[in-house]
Design a protein around this ligand. Sequence first.
Ligand SMILES: Nc1nc2c(ncn2[C@@H]2O[C@H](COP(=O)(O)OP(=O)(O)OP(=O)(O)O)[C@@H](O)[C@H]2O)c(=O)[nH]1
Ligand SMILES: [Mg+2]
Length: 398
Amino acid sequence: MEVGVVGKPNVGKSTLFNALTLSDVPMAPYPFTTIKPNRGVGAVRVPCPHLERKTPCTPGNSRCVDGTRFVPVNLIDVPGLVPGAHEGKGLGHQFLDELRQADGFLQVVDASGGTNAEGVVAAAGTTDPKEEVEWLEEELVAWVADILSRDFARHTKSVELVGGSAEEFLRSRLTGLAIPPSQLTAAVRTTGLDPAHPSHWSSQDRVNLSRSLLRAAKPRLVAANKCDRSTPEAVARLAEAIEPIPVVPTCAEAELTLRRASRAGLVSYRPGDGSFTERDPEKLSLGQRRALEEIRGILARYGSTGVQQALEATVFSRLGQMVVFPVEDETTWTDSKGRVLPDAFIVPTGTSAKAVAYRVHSDLGEGFIRAVDGRTHRALGAEHPLENGAIVRIVSKH
Ligand SMILES: Nc1nc2c(ncn2[C@@H]2O[C@H](COP(=O)(O)OP(=O)(O)OP(=O)(O)O)[C@@H](O)[C@H]2O)c(=O)[nH]1
Ligand SMILES: [Mg+2]
């Protein structure tokens, strides 16, 4: 699972990335601070099933804090895009290629309207974040259309010569984008294109097709960042204006401050919480106390900094994922080394028992006999769709 953090320059992408991953990539109040992509690992929260039994867990690939499991998600922070990036403006869209494997996008916008299209700081309210959402789609569409159009005549002819379909043409050109074949076929249909003759598709057809593909295969959620300088009402107006794309108000700066303060032992704060407490107020400087007071005001206004919620809404609601817990013993919920609930995996909602087996290890998938539900102890067939939070043992020949 990989989420791409995208948007125009200077909106807070790297700040949000640093907050989610506790990294230290450069952030600054001017455009193009990020000049090459940053990769890191964030996490989404789910209740840890160990709470159902009061036996502590022994997490391996994830962390468990007071019964909340933090399951890893890969993140990429890319340099800011400006309108016309596909024609080479700003840093162009060369770095978008790094996002090919991303399952979806978290677009950061400046909800306060205080950054112009090129990322230069302006007075609050001078730009409309709705426009950022619209032109970013155009840039992403142009990026995909460009990939499709490279050597278009040659590639389409060679597919048609051997009686190949549109799907084959698209699959060969867009392999890196990790779009399932069914979505390729569906996009050709919804765009109303002739699947037998891709060579007849005009450049506008390719743009329309790219738009359908992106909308279906790379869902986007908008983080209305710098919400500390905006209002819940303005965020609600943005959400209405860009429906059906969901919007989550965020204050990346506050989240980063809280996570760093928590790491330094200054406050008790769990990512996503609506409050925090100072550990030892005596130890805080006046500046630190003031910064924390300001953050309290933001939490009171919005309920949380929104950063954790934005990632979770992207992964669970937009990308339709869920979390499963594979174990080797369905009674004790342990692996072969006796570790309780060691792994938590993010998989698409409704993933079958056999697909989860493959996810754990290809050998387990190939030798799949049955799965066993860790709660009901019922046997589950290969195609049985698992539920969110399922604890599952895979019985395999290997
Ligand atoms: N007020 C406020 N400022 C923020 C927030 N998040 C980030 N900033 C500030 O916005 C500026 C830009 O932040 P970056 O994270 O560098 O932005 P970016 O989108 O990665 O910028 P590029 O890499 O240049 O594209 C910095 O001065 C941050 O401190 C926020 O939630 N509220
Ligand atoms: Mg940046």
